[in-house]
Design a protein around this ligand. Structure first.
Ligand code: EPZ
Length: 417
Protein backbone atom coordinates (compact mmCIF):
# COMPACT_ATOMS: atom_id res chain seq x y z
CA UNK A 1 0.00 0.00 0.00
CA UNK A 2 1.49 3.37 -0.98
CA UNK A 3 2.04 6.02 1.67
CA UNK A 4 4.03 9.16 2.45
CA UNK A 5 6.40 9.18 5.44
CA UNK A 6 7.35 12.47 7.08
CA UNK A 7 9.76 13.17 9.94
CA UNK A 8 8.64 16.63 10.95
CA UNK A 9 10.20 19.55 12.73
CA UNK A 10 12.52 20.73 9.94
CA UNK A 11 12.36 24.45 9.05
CA UNK A 12 11.78 24.78 5.29
CA UNK A 13 13.90 27.21 3.25
CA UNK A 14 14.73 27.74 -0.41
CA UNK A 15 12.87 28.22 -3.68
CA UNK A 16 10.32 26.17 -5.64
CA UNK A 17 9.02 26.55 -9.22
CA UNK A 18 5.26 26.22 -9.57
CA UNK A 19 3.76 23.92 -12.24
CA UNK A 20 0.77 24.56 -14.48
CA UNK A 21 -2.71 24.84 -12.97
CA UNK A 22 -4.82 21.66 -12.72
CA UNK A 23 -8.07 23.64 -12.79
CA UNK A 24 -7.01 25.48 -15.95
CA UNK A 25 -5.44 22.62 -17.94
CA UNK A 26 -8.39 20.22 -17.47
CA UNK A 27 -11.04 22.42 -19.18
CA UNK A 28 -8.45 23.53 -21.77
CA UNK A 29 -7.74 19.91 -22.72
CA UNK A 30 -11.50 19.28 -22.99
CA UNK A 31 -11.80 22.31 -25.28
CA UNK A 32 -9.29 20.85 -27.77
CA UNK A 33 -12.14 18.59 -28.97
CA UNK A 34 -13.93 21.67 -30.35
CA UNK A 35 -11.47 22.33 -33.20
CA UNK A 36 -10.11 19.70 -35.56
CA UNK A 37 -6.29 19.64 -35.77
CA UNK A 38 -3.09 19.47 -33.74
CA UNK A 39 -3.14 21.45 -30.48
CA UNK A 40 0.02 22.13 -28.46
CA UNK A 41 -0.48 22.76 -24.73
CA UNK A 42 2.57 23.88 -22.72
CA UNK A 43 3.12 23.85 -18.92
CA UNK A 44 0.93 20.73 -18.56
CA UNK A 45 1.59 19.17 -15.11
CA UNK A 46 1.96 15.38 -14.74
CA UNK A 47 -1.09 14.76 -12.54
CA UNK A 48 -3.42 11.76 -12.34
CA UNK A 49 -6.37 14.07 -13.24
CA UNK A 50 -4.51 15.07 -16.41
CA UNK A 51 -3.93 11.39 -17.27
CA UNK A 52 -7.65 10.63 -16.84
CA UNK A 53 -8.54 13.61 -19.04
CA UNK A 54 -6.17 12.28 -21.69
CA UNK A 55 -7.85 8.85 -21.39
CA UNK A 56 -11.19 10.54 -22.12
CA UNK A 57 -9.70 12.42 -25.10
CA UNK A 58 -8.29 9.15 -26.50
CA UNK A 59 -11.64 7.45 -25.94
CA UNK A 60 -13.21 10.23 -28.02
CA UNK A 61 -10.66 9.58 -30.78
CA UNK A 62 -7.81 12.01 -30.13
CA UNK A 63 -4.12 11.08 -30.34
CA UNK A 64 -1.88 12.43 -27.59
CA UNK A 65 1.88 12.65 -27.17
CA UNK A 66 3.80 14.19 -24.27
CA UNK A 67 7.22 15.82 -24.41
CA UNK A 68 8.20 17.01 -20.94
CA UNK A 69 5.45 19.40 -19.81
CA UNK A 70 4.10 19.84 -23.35
CA UNK A 71 1.09 17.82 -24.54
CA UNK A 72 0.31 17.54 -28.25
CA UNK A 73 -3.38 16.70 -28.77
CA UNK A 74 -4.37 15.68 -32.31
CA UNK A 75 -8.15 15.85 -32.77
CA UNK A 76 -8.06 15.40 -36.53
CA UNK A 77 -10.68 13.11 -38.10
CA UNK A 78 -13.87 11.56 -36.76
CA UNK A 79 -14.50 12.01 -33.02
CA UNK A 80 -16.85 10.07 -30.75
CA UNK A 81 -19.59 11.60 -28.58
CA UNK A 82 -19.90 8.96 -25.84
CA UNK A 83 -17.84 8.98 -22.59
CA UNK A 84 -18.19 5.84 -20.43
CA UNK A 85 -19.29 6.23 -16.82
CA UNK A 86 -16.09 4.56 -15.61
CA UNK A 87 -14.09 7.54 -16.92
CA UNK A 88 -16.65 10.24 -16.06
CA UNK A 89 -16.70 9.13 -12.43
CA UNK A 90 -12.93 9.55 -12.01
CA UNK A 91 -13.04 13.36 -11.86
CA UNK A 92 -15.35 16.36 -11.63
CA UNK A 93 -14.13 18.28 -14.66
CA UNK A 94 -15.12 15.44 -17.00
CA UNK A 95 -18.46 17.28 -17.17
CA UNK A 96 -16.75 20.08 -19.14
CA UNK A 97 -16.51 17.66 -22.07
CA UNK A 98 -20.29 18.13 -22.44
CA UNK A 99 -19.95 21.67 -23.85
CA UNK A 100 -16.91 20.68 -25.94
CA UNK A 101 -18.40 17.51 -27.48
CA UNK A 102 -21.75 19.23 -28.18
CA UNK A 103 -19.84 21.92 -30.09
CA UNK A 104 -17.96 19.35 -32.20
CA UNK A 105 -20.58 16.61 -32.59
CA UNK A 106 -23.91 18.35 -31.81
CA UNK A 107 -24.63 15.34 -29.60
CA UNK A 108 -23.17 13.80 -26.45
CA UNK A 109 -23.81 10.92 -24.06
CA UNK A 110 -22.24 11.25 -20.61
CA UNK A 111 -23.03 10.31 -17.01
CA UNK A 112 -22.78 12.47 -13.89
CA UNK A 113 -19.14 13.38 -13.06
CA UNK A 114 -17.12 12.20 -10.05
CA UNK A 115 -14.38 14.11 -8.19
CA UNK A 116 -13.51 14.91 -4.55
CA UNK A 117 -16.43 14.31 -2.15
CA UNK A 118 -16.98 17.75 -0.67
CA UNK A 119 -20.72 17.39 -0.10
CA UNK A 120 -23.39 17.52 -2.82
CA UNK A 121 -21.94 18.63 -6.20
CA UNK A 122 -24.93 18.74 -8.57
CA UNK A 123 -24.68 19.84 -12.25
CA UNK A 124 -28.19 21.34 -12.40
CA UNK A 125 -26.83 24.79 -13.39
CA UNK A 126 -24.88 23.25 -16.30
CA UNK A 127 -27.97 21.41 -17.60
CA UNK A 128 -30.32 24.37 -17.07
CA UNK A 129 -28.04 26.74 -18.99
CA UNK A 130 -27.43 24.34 -21.90
CA UNK A 131 -31.18 23.80 -22.20
CA UNK A 132 -31.64 27.60 -22.26
CA UNK A 133 -29.23 27.71 -25.22
CA UNK A 134 -31.49 25.20 -26.95
CA UNK A 135 -29.90 21.85 -26.16
CA UNK A 136 -32.20 18.86 -25.78
CA UNK A 137 -31.08 16.92 -22.68
CA UNK A 138 -32.76 13.71 -21.50
CA UNK A 139 -31.74 11.67 -18.44
CA UNK A 140 -31.90 7.90 -19.07
CA UNK A 141 -30.52 5.17 -16.81
CA UNK A 142 -27.99 7.50 -15.20
CA UNK A 143 -26.85 8.91 -18.52
CA UNK A 144 -27.47 12.33 -20.03
CA UNK A 145 -28.46 12.04 -23.69
CA UNK A 146 -27.85 15.44 -25.27
CA UNK A 147 -28.56 16.90 -28.70
CA UNK A 148 -27.63 20.41 -29.85
CA UNK A 149 -28.61 20.62 -33.52
CA UNK A 150 -29.22 24.37 -33.19
CA UNK A 151 -28.11 26.50 -30.26
CA UNK A 152 -29.09 30.14 -29.98
CA UNK A 153 -27.21 32.85 -28.06
CA UNK A 154 -29.02 34.06 -24.92
CA UNK A 155 -28.59 35.99 -21.70
CA UNK A 156 -27.96 33.40 -19.01
CA UNK A 157 -28.04 34.29 -15.32
CA UNK A 158 -26.25 31.85 -13.02
CA UNK A 159 -27.83 31.46 -9.56
CA UNK A 160 -24.37 30.60 -8.19
CA UNK A 161 -21.07 31.79 -9.83
CA UNK A 162 -20.19 28.16 -10.58
CA UNK A 163 -16.74 27.65 -12.13
CA UNK A 164 -17.75 24.52 -14.01
CA UNK A 165 -21.08 25.87 -15.28
CA UNK A 166 -19.41 29.08 -16.52
CA UNK A 167 -16.83 26.97 -18.40
CA UNK A 168 -19.44 24.64 -19.96
CA UNK A 169 -21.59 27.55 -21.14
CA UNK A 170 -18.53 29.29 -22.64
CA UNK A 171 -17.71 26.16 -24.67
CA UNK A 172 -21.28 25.44 -25.84
CA UNK A 173 -21.97 29.10 -26.66
CA UNK A 174 -19.07 29.07 -29.13
CA UNK A 175 -21.39 26.95 -31.29
CA UNK A 176 -24.55 29.04 -30.79
CA UNK A 177 -26.08 31.43 -33.30
CA UNK A 178 -25.68 34.95 -31.96
CA UNK A 179 -24.45 36.35 -28.67
CA UNK A 180 -24.53 34.66 -25.27
CA UNK A 181 -24.02 36.70 -22.11
CA UNK A 182 -23.34 34.93 -18.83
CA UNK A 183 -24.38 37.03 -15.83
CA UNK A 184 -23.04 36.25 -12.32
CA UNK A 185 -20.31 34.21 -14.01
CA UNK A 186 -17.42 32.78 -11.99
CA UNK A 187 -14.38 35.11 -12.07
CA UNK A 188 -11.65 32.59 -11.26
CA UNK A 189 -8.33 33.10 -13.15
CA UNK A 190 -8.75 29.61 -14.63
CA UNK A 191 -11.83 30.91 -16.50
CA UNK A 192 -9.68 33.65 -18.04
CA UNK A 193 -7.03 31.11 -19.05
CA UNK A 194 -9.69 28.96 -20.76
CA UNK A 195 -11.07 32.05 -22.55
CA UNK A 196 -7.55 32.93 -23.76
CA UNK A 197 -7.21 29.43 -25.21
CA UNK A 198 -10.67 29.61 -26.87
CA UNK A 199 -9.81 33.00 -28.39
CA UNK A 200 -6.48 31.63 -29.64
CA UNK A 201 -8.56 29.00 -31.50
CA UNK A 202 -10.57 31.80 -33.13
CA UNK A 203 -13.49 32.08 -30.68
CA UNK A 204 -14.82 35.45 -29.55
CA UNK A 205 -15.06 35.48 -25.75
CA UNK A 206 -14.84 38.73 -23.77
CA UNK A 207 -15.20 39.69 -20.12
CA UNK A 208 -13.71 36.45 -18.74
CA UNK A 209 -12.47 37.07 -15.21
CA UNK A 210 -15.43 39.38 -14.57
CA UNK A 211 -18.99 38.43 -13.58
CA UNK A 212 -20.27 39.18 -17.10
CA UNK A 213 -18.85 37.01 -19.91
CA UNK A 214 -19.92 37.50 -23.53
CA UNK A 215 -19.50 34.91 -26.31
CA UNK A 216 -20.17 35.65 -29.98
CA UNK A 217 -20.98 32.24 -31.44
CA UNK A 218 -20.32 30.51 -34.74
CA UNK A 219 -16.73 31.68 -35.17
CA UNK A 220 -14.57 29.29 -37.17
CA UNK A 221 -12.32 27.43 -34.73
CA UNK A 222 -8.89 26.05 -35.55
CA UNK A 223 -6.31 24.09 -33.57
CA UNK A 224 -4.01 26.21 -31.41
CA UNK A 225 -1.08 26.51 -29.02
CA UNK A 226 -1.26 27.70 -25.40
CA UNK A 227 0.81 27.94 -22.20
CA UNK A 228 -1.23 27.06 -19.11
CA UNK A 229 -1.22 29.55 -16.20
CA UNK A 230 0.60 28.65 -12.92
CA UNK A 231 -1.29 26.80 -10.17
CA UNK A 232 -2.22 29.33 -7.45
CA UNK A 233 -3.37 26.60 -5.03
CA UNK A 234 -0.11 24.65 -5.38
CA UNK A 235 1.77 27.91 -4.73
CA UNK A 236 -0.40 28.48 -1.64
CA UNK A 237 0.43 24.97 -0.41
CA UNK A 238 4.19 25.64 -0.42
CA UNK A 239 3.69 29.06 1.21
CA UNK A 240 1.64 27.45 4.01
CA UNK A 241 4.22 24.65 4.43
CA UNK A 242 7.00 27.20 4.89
CA UNK A 243 4.86 29.27 7.29
CA UNK A 244 3.89 26.18 9.34
CA UNK A 245 7.59 25.30 9.88
CA UNK A 246 8.72 28.87 10.69
CA UNK A 247 10.67 28.87 7.42
CA UNK A 248 11.30 31.10 4.43
CA UNK A 249 10.53 30.40 0.80
CA UNK A 250 10.76 31.91 -2.68
CA UNK A 251 7.88 30.69 -4.87
CA UNK A 252 8.71 31.11 -8.57
CA UNK A 253 6.67 31.26 -11.81
CA UNK A 254 3.50 32.44 -10.06
CA UNK A 255 1.10 35.31 -10.64
CA UNK A 256 1.15 37.21 -7.29
CA UNK A 257 -2.14 38.91 -8.11
CA UNK A 258 -3.91 35.53 -8.11
CA UNK A 259 -2.68 35.01 -4.53
CA UNK A 260 -3.89 38.29 -3.03
CA UNK A 261 -6.51 36.78 -0.72
CA UNK A 262 -4.18 34.13 0.75
CA UNK A 263 -1.20 36.51 1.03
CA UNK A 264 -3.36 38.93 3.03
CA UNK A 265 -4.11 36.22 5.60
CA UNK A 266 -0.48 35.02 5.68
CA UNK A 267 0.54 38.58 6.41
CA UNK A 268 -2.04 38.71 9.25
CA UNK A 269 -0.33 35.59 10.60
CA UNK A 270 2.87 37.61 10.94
CA UNK A 271 4.61 36.43 7.76
CA UNK A 272 6.76 38.94 5.88
CA UNK A 273 5.72 38.87 2.22
CA UNK A 274 7.61 40.35 -0.73
CA UNK A 275 5.95 40.19 -4.15
CA UNK A 276 7.96 40.27 -7.39
CA UNK A 277 6.73 40.21 -11.02
CA UNK A 278 6.30 36.43 -11.11
CA UNK A 279 7.47 35.37 -7.65
CA UNK A 280 6.52 35.65 -3.98
CA UNK A 281 8.96 35.53 -1.06
CA UNK A 282 7.72 34.67 2.42
CA UNK A 283 9.55 34.73 5.76
CA UNK A 284 7.59 33.27 8.65
CA UNK A 285 7.70 34.21 12.36
CA UNK A 286 8.66 31.54 14.90
CA UNK A 287 5.05 31.30 16.07
CA UNK A 288 2.15 32.19 13.75
CA UNK A 289 -0.43 34.71 14.90
CA UNK A 290 -4.01 33.44 14.60
CA UNK A 291 -6.18 35.62 12.35
CA UNK A 292 -9.62 36.08 13.93
CA UNK A 293 -11.56 34.69 10.98
CA UNK A 294 -11.28 33.22 7.48
CA UNK A 295 -14.31 32.90 5.18
CA UNK A 296 -14.14 31.11 1.84
CA UNK A 297 -15.72 32.96 -1.09
CA UNK A 298 -15.77 32.83 -4.90
CA UNK A 299 -12.74 34.54 -6.50
CA UNK A 300 -11.33 37.10 -5.70
CA UNK A 301 -12.39 36.06 -2.20
CA UNK A 302 -10.47 33.51 -0.09
CA UNK A 303 -10.35 30.26 -2.13
CA UNK A 304 -12.15 27.21 -0.76
CA UNK A 305 -9.26 25.10 -2.18
CA UNK A 306 -6.90 26.80 0.32
CA UNK A 307 -9.22 26.31 3.31
CA UNK A 308 -7.87 22.95 4.55
CA UNK A 309 -4.28 24.13 3.93
CA UNK A 310 -4.81 27.05 6.37
CA UNK A 311 -6.78 24.82 8.76
CA UNK A 312 -3.68 22.61 9.06
CA UNK A 313 -1.19 25.51 9.17
CA UNK A 314 -3.12 27.26 12.00
CA UNK A 315 -3.26 24.18 14.24
CA UNK A 316 0.11 25.50 15.51
CA UNK A 317 -0.49 29.21 16.25
CA UNK A 318 -0.90 31.59 19.20
CA UNK A 319 -4.70 31.87 19.37
CA UNK A 320 -8.03 30.83 17.84
CA UNK A 321 -9.31 31.22 14.29
CA UNK A 322 -12.89 30.77 13.09
CA UNK A 323 -13.05 29.35 9.54
CA UNK A 324 -16.33 29.48 7.59
CA UNK A 325 -16.66 27.31 4.46
CA UNK A 326 -19.34 28.89 2.25
CA UNK A 327 -18.75 26.99 -1.03
CA UNK A 328 -18.97 23.30 -0.11
CA UNK A 329 -21.06 21.56 2.57
CA UNK A 330 -18.52 19.11 3.94
CA UNK A 331 -14.95 20.14 3.36
CA UNK A 332 -13.47 19.49 6.81
CA UNK A 333 -12.55 15.84 6.40
CA UNK A 334 -8.91 16.60 7.25
CA UNK A 335 -9.94 17.93 10.69
CA UNK A 336 -10.56 14.46 12.11
CA UNK A 337 -7.09 13.36 11.00
CA UNK A 338 -5.45 16.51 12.43
CA UNK A 339 -6.99 15.75 15.83
CA UNK A 340 -4.92 12.52 15.80
CA UNK A 341 -1.82 14.75 15.67
CA UNK A 342 -2.90 16.71 18.74
CA UNK A 343 -4.70 19.59 17.03
CA UNK A 344 -7.61 21.35 18.73
CA UNK A 345 -10.40 21.81 16.16
CA UNK A 346 -14.16 21.81 16.68
CA UNK A 347 -16.54 21.68 13.73
CA UNK A 348 -20.10 22.94 13.74
CA UNK A 349 -21.65 22.57 10.28
CA UNK A 350 -19.71 24.87 7.93
CA UNK A 351 -17.75 26.53 10.77
CA UNK A 352 -14.45 25.26 12.16
CA UNK A 353 -12.85 26.69 15.31
CA UNK A 354 -9.09 26.10 15.33
CA UNK A 355 -7.46 26.66 18.73
CA UNK A 356 -3.70 26.88 18.14
CA UNK A 357 -1.41 24.53 20.10
CA UNK A 358 2.37 24.75 20.70
CA UNK A 359 3.11 21.23 19.57
CA UNK A 360 1.80 18.67 17.09
CA UNK A 361 2.93 15.05 17.21
CA UNK A 362 3.41 12.65 14.31
CA UNK A 363 0.63 10.05 13.81
CA UNK A 364 -0.87 7.67 11.24
CA UNK A 365 -3.41 9.58 9.14
CA UNK A 366 -5.29 9.13 5.84
CA UNK A 367 -5.98 11.51 2.97
CA UNK A 368 -9.65 11.61 1.95
CA UNK A 369 -9.56 14.27 -0.72
CA UNK A 370 -7.00 16.31 -2.67
CA UNK A 371 -6.57 19.49 -0.59
CA UNK A 372 -7.27 17.66 2.68
CA UNK A 373 -4.38 15.33 1.79
CA UNK A 374 -2.04 18.27 1.13
CA UNK A 375 -3.13 19.73 4.47
CA UNK A 376 -1.95 16.57 6.24
CA UNK A 377 1.48 16.98 4.62
CA UNK A 378 1.67 20.56 5.99
CA UNK A 379 0.75 19.42 9.50
CA UNK A 380 3.22 16.50 9.33
CA UNK A 381 6.06 18.89 8.37
CA UNK A 382 5.22 21.03 11.45
CA UNK A 383 4.81 18.07 13.84
CA UNK A 384 7.42 16.45 16.06
CA UNK A 385 8.20 12.88 15.13
CA UNK A 386 7.03 10.61 12.34
CA UNK A 387 3.76 10.83 10.42
CA UNK A 388 2.44 8.20 8.01
CA UNK A 389 0.00 9.55 5.40
CA UNK A 390 -2.07 6.80 3.76
CA UNK A 391 -4.01 7.10 0.47
CA UNK A 392 -1.58 9.62 -1.04
CA UNK A 393 -3.19 9.02 -4.46
CA UNK A 394 -5.66 11.77 -3.58
CA UNK A 395 -2.73 14.21 -3.38
CA UNK A 396 -1.23 13.24 -6.75
CA UNK A 397 -4.45 14.35 -8.42
CA UNK A 398 -3.22 17.92 -8.03
CA UNK A 399 0.48 17.94 -7.08
CA UNK A 400 3.49 17.00 -9.23
CA UNK A 401 6.87 16.14 -7.55
CA UNK A 402 5.59 17.18 -4.11
CA UNK A 403 8.08 15.09 -2.10
CA UNK A 404 11.07 16.01 -4.28
CA UNK A 405 10.28 19.73 -4.04
CA UNK A 406 9.83 19.55 -0.25
CA UNK A 407 13.08 17.55 0.13
CA UNK A 408 14.90 20.32 -1.74
CA UNK A 409 13.43 22.79 0.80
CA UNK A 410 14.90 20.73 3.65
CA UNK A 411 12.00 18.44 4.55
CA UNK A 412 12.46 14.80 5.59
CA UNK A 413 9.70 13.29 3.46
CA UNK A 414 9.55 10.20 1.25
CA UNK A 415 7.00 8.37 -0.85
CA UNK A 416 6.78 4.63 -0.22
CA UNK A 417 4.76 2.48 -2.58
C1 EPZ B 1 -14.13 24.01 -9.36
O1 EPZ B 1 -15.08 22.97 -9.08
C2 EPZ B 1 -12.76 23.44 -8.97
N1 EPZ B 1 -12.51 22.24 -9.74
C3 EPZ B 1 -12.74 23.11 -7.49
O2 EPZ B 1 -11.41 22.70 -7.15
C4 EPZ B 1 -13.07 24.35 -6.69
O3 EPZ B 1 -13.17 24.00 -5.33
C5 EPZ B 1 -14.42 24.93 -7.15
O4 EPZ B 1 -14.40 25.18 -8.57
C6 EPZ B 1 -14.75 26.25 -6.47
O5 EPZ B 1 -13.72 27.17 -6.65
C7 EPZ B 1 -12.09 22.36 -11.03
O6 EPZ B 1 -11.94 23.43 -11.59
C8 EPZ B 1 -11.81 21.07 -11.75
P1 EPZ B 1 -18.42 25.09 -8.75
P2 EPZ B 1 -16.59 23.06 -9.61
O7 EPZ B 1 -19.29 24.63 -9.87
O8 EPZ B 1 -16.60 23.65 -10.98
C9 EPZ B 1 -22.62 24.41 -6.51
C10 EPZ B 1 -9.71 21.32 -6.25
O9 EPZ B 1 -9.42 21.02 -5.07
N2 EPZ B 1 -23.16 24.03 -7.84
O10 EPZ B 1 -17.90 26.47 -8.79
O11 EPZ B 1 -17.20 21.75 -9.41
C11 EPZ B 1 -21.61 23.39 -5.98
O12 EPZ B 1 -22.25 22.29 -5.36
C12 EPZ B 1 -11.19 21.35 -6.70
O13 EPZ B 1 -8.87 21.60 -7.11
C13 EPZ B 1 -24.50 23.73 -7.96
O14 EPZ B 1 -25.26 23.80 -7.00
O15 EPZ B 1 -17.20 24.09 -8.55
C14 EPZ B 1 -20.77 24.21 -5.03
O16 EPZ B 1 -21.40 24.27 -3.79
C15 EPZ B 1 -12.12 20.87 -5.64
N3 EPZ B 1 -24.97 23.36 -9.18
C16 EPZ B 1 -20.76 25.58 -5.71
O17 EPZ B 1 -21.85 25.60 -6.64
C17 EPZ B 1 -24.17 23.29 -10.30
O18 EPZ B 1 -24.64 22.95 -11.39
C18 EPZ B 1 -19.47 25.90 -6.46
O19 EPZ B 1 -19.22 24.83 -7.36
C19 EPZ B 1 -22.79 23.59 -10.16
C20 EPZ B 1 -22.30 23.97 -8.91
Amino acid sequence: MSRILVNGGHRLSGCVKIHGAKNAVLPILAATVMAEGVHTIHNCPKLSDVSVTCEILEKLGAHITRDGDTLVVDTTGEMESFIPESLMRKLRSSVIFLGAVLTRKKEAKISAPGGCELGPRPIDLHIKALRELGADIKEEHGYLICRADNLYGKDIHLDIPSVGATENIMLAACNADGVTTIKNAACEPEIEDLANFLNSMGACVSGAGTSTVTIVGKQELKASEHKVMPDRIVATTYLCAAAATGGEIDVLDVCPEHLSAVLAVLSDCGCRIIKGKDRVMLKAPQILKSPAAIKTMPYPGFPTDAQSLFLAMLTKSDGTTMITETIFESRYKAAGELLRMGAKISINGRVALVKGVNKLSGACVSAQDLRGGAALVIAALAADGKTVINSPEFIYRGYENLEENLQRLGADIVYEG
